[in-house]
Design a protein around this ligand. Sequence first.
Ligand SMILES: *Cc1c(COP(=O)(O)O)cnc(C)c1O
Length: 538
Amino acid sequence: MLALLEHIVVAAVFLMLLGVYLKAGTRELFRVVVIATKHIPGVSELVASTLKSEAASFIKSTKLASSNGLVSKAATVALPKTGIPKEDLLRQMKEMKEKETDHMDGKVFAYAYTLTDDHFELQKDVYEMFSEKTGHCPEHDDLVKTFQRSFLHENALNPMVYPSLRRMETEVVSMTSAMLHGGASCAGFLTSGGTESLLMAVKTYRDRAQKLAPWISQPEIVCPITHHPALDKAAHYFGLKVVHVPVTSHLVADVDAMEKAVTANTVLISCSAPQFCHGVVDPVLEVSNMAARLGLPCHVDACFGGFMLPWVEKLGYDVPVWDFRCPGVTSISADVHKYGYSVKGASVITCRSEEYRKYQIYSYGSWPGGLYGSPSMAGTRPGGNIAAAWAAMKSLGEEGYMARAKTLMDITDKLKEGIAGIEELKIMGHPHMTCVAVGSADPSVSILAVADLMEKKGWTMERQQNPDCVHCSVLPHHQVSCDQLVQDFRDSAQEAKKNPQLSKQGTAGIYGMMAAIPDTVIIEDFIKEFFSEVYKLQ
Ligand SMILES: *Cc1c(COP(=O)(O)O)cnc(C)c1O
């Protein structure tokens, strides 16, 4: 009974202060309360239930809440007793798609790299490989007809069973390595995406250190804070520690600070080309030279830029040297399913030599089912993705990639110029390719309030923190929306300036509160609650 009372009192105090904070911004008070209350018995359960209801109300404040018809009507769904006829299913799916944001409107800044020409018809056809029955795009019929079987069901787990997939995979890796100025000694594998490539990089260097420096029991990775979190996820899965080093005022890796962060436990240095947040390429040559001097390997995460920077450089833009031309770079990850314009599920991890790649391979010799080996996280590896990645690269070729890079860089230049003409806003750092992050240049304008106003105009905004800004990847579908984007940024910035209270309301208010919480464990618990709440039928 006493415990229950205690719970209620603490809950009331906690919620009251949360309320006070939200209205008045009493940040310090909130900080003290959060730290103090965590030490009272029973409080963690209370914090959990508060976070749960906060997560639920956060979801209600987002677009998802208004996605009428995309939420299941029942709390559980069982298999239909009899299969639903194909026509009905297609109709249901069509209805769902119609209710969803269409990225081809050009109002989304991540996720989809769809080319607006017939390139994706080829991708679809190759993925399906249905022979002439597919008939989506008559020009490709000849190509499609040459394939007798469907790659949809083919499995690259065993390279001896499907030699065509083995050939396509090795060719994709080789074409990528050459594009990144790697020599013939480069060796790599195709994975399902950037995250799997980084998982494999971390596994490779962990296993290499276990072999070459077995005395290291707590392996560490040093990287800039702007590195993609797939590296943190990999380190979490594989038991390594990530040492995050603050970036310079230009938002690039601080080489001296990174060197200071290296310890006797460091097994890998990693940096990005470019980092996703602001589209800025790290000083890879300096970072990798430092790594080489200390006898450490250096991975470059070019998941975002691997298939864009080579062409941006050839177009004459200023791009710092970052690929295998840097002698200290030992491996690179590059996503074919981003600016390589392949369907989702394709990324390359390539190493300077087989000496590194061999640590990526998993092997097990005692299984009654036979000798088992696997080069990546996945066991079964879908054939369609490999075939589609190969076809994307072979069908576009250098000229195809160059032409598309030019179109996207022209849009980027126009966007940069447009933002530069808006007094209240600024571009963060000096982005090198088809990406800008937009922040506030006026202390009385909250960029998060600008983001909320942009959402009201139909844009899907990517909010970023430390410092606050919004991320805009420039994608093929922005050809139709670039001018509108600049206009809406201008209008929203002026509206936010006139209405400073907007920074305390809506999503901006919630983000502001989250940023003020001094304890990242609470934020991380909130994220988990968010995922448990959002992946529910109703
Ligand atoms: C997208 C991205 C990743 C992760 O790739 P996924 O394909 O989303 O798994 C890693 N690093 C960078 C820089 C990225 O842009």
